[in-house]
Design a protein around this ligand. Structure first.
Ligand code: NAP
Ligand code: ZN
Ligand code: ZN
Length: 349
């Protein structure tokens, strides 16, 4: 076995503490990765607090925005070699046989993909543990190549925040002439702004935090709407082709947001709050609007997104922290005070 060190929640809702554990020895198609950086996604907070009621296996080493360097490879690995810069996102395996896996949409694997942490290995042998650690062992088919032009610390958040926003932007054909709004300027939201701009759209940020206006403009947004201000929803009715909801809370007046969509517009929720959203169908009915969801992205699409970011020099705004600062970082994320992704320097574990 391979010795690993990390940060874990030993029980739901508890602070993360230093934790030693073991990774499997590499099998034929496995890649052993020295983790250099691990991003903090709000999903890690939902998971360690057991807010979703599944995959709540403790002790839990969170982290699914992983960037590192290949340490060794299994005997049959062909895709990677020692020293390569690689990433791992939210999944480390899938059934590989269902209709969706065969269509290279492993994120929608019908029996369920294997989550990077809190999931079960396909053979049921072990609970998976994530990226807030110094080493991970992953089948080569679920490892991504990080382009040379991207620094590893800034590449890490692309593995979840990047792909989760890239995938719906591509799916709903965002490009020149399209008006896109982003609800919530956090980790996912700020990547949605950068990616939608790079695709040529006109981008508006819908934020409850008035003090993020200057940041929104610096990130490339064309407009900023403070959702707390009076009349903002009436004044901007029927404006957008696509709205991406990245808000981590369900405390939202969805009817007001639907009203911002044009005829046939779509609001896609990627935010995954603990509680259900409250939705009345009338604003959907009246303008034939669509309400949709989207989960991360496939391995193929994640590679495409990384290459797109490498080519267009798109990287997240990060705040680099040490492993012992994780609990403070969680508290700031919960206050919507992340600017705009915390990344843990795993070399300091
Ligand atoms: P984050 O960095 O905390 O950003 C969320 C943003 O939502 C906040 O910065 C804030 O932006 C806004 N917000 C928070 N509480 C709010 C409230 N009560 N009312 C209105 N707005 C509020 O989180 P993240 O890492 O981007 O993740 C966002 C959500 O996406 C989480 O629920 C996460 O689990 C989910 N997620 C889903 C997928 C998927 O595959 N679908 C993948 C990754 C993450 P403002 O200050 O600008 O309002
Ligand atoms: Zn995530
Ligand atoms: Zn499958």
């Amino acid at each position: 076995m391979i010795q690993a060190k990390g940060m874990a929640a030993l029980k739901a809702k508890e602070a993360l503490v230093p934790y030693s554990f073991e990774r499997r020895n590499p099998k034929d198609y496995d890649v052993v990765i020295d983790i250099k950086y691990s991003g903090i996604c709000h999903s890690d907070i939902h998971m360690t607090r057991d807010e979703w009621g599944e995959n709540s296996n403790f002790p839990m080493v969170p982290g699914h925005e992983i960037a590192g360097v290949v340490r060794t490879v299994g005997s049959k690995v062909t895709k990677y070699k020692v020293g390569d810069h690689v990433g791992v996102g939210c999944m480390v395996d899938s059934c590989r046989e269902c209709e969706h896996c065969k269509a290279e949409l492993e994120q929608y694997c019908i029996p369920g993909n294997t989550l990077t942490y809190g999931g079960k290995e396909r053979d049921g042998s072990a609970v998976t543990q994530g990226g807030y650690s110094d080493v991970i062992v992953v089948n080569e088919d679920f490892v991504l190549r990080i382009p040379d032009s991207l620094p590893l610390d800034k590449a890490a958040p692309l593995l979840c925040a990047g792909i989760t926003t890239y995938s719906p932007l591509v799916h709903w054909n965002v490009g020149p002439g399209k008006k896109v709004a982003v609800m919530g300027l956090g980790g996912l939201g700020h990547m949605a702004v950068k990616l939608a701009k790079a695709m040529g759209a006109e981008v508006t940020v819908l934020s409850q935090s008035a003090n993020k206006k200057d940041d929104a403009n610096q990130l490339g947004a064309d407009h900023f709407l403070n959702t707390q201000s009076k009349d903002v929803f009436q004044k901007n009715a029927l404006q957008f082709d696509l709205i991406i909801n990245t808000v981590s809370s369900a405390d939202l007046n969805m009817a007001a947001y639907f009203g911002l969509l044009k005829l046939d517009g779509t609001l896609v929720s990627v935010g995954a709050p603990e509680k259900p959203l409250s939705v009345h169908p009338f604003p959907l009915i009246l303008m034939r609007r669509n309400f949709a969801g989207s989960a991360i992205g496939s391995i193929k699409e994640t590679q495409e997104m990384l290459d797109f970011c490498g080519k267009h020099n798109i990287t997240p705004e990060i705040e680099l922290i040490e492993p012992n600062q994780v609990n403070d970082a969680y508290a700031r994320v919960l206050k919507s005070d992340v600017r705009y992704r915390f990344v843990i320097d795993m070399g300091k574990i």
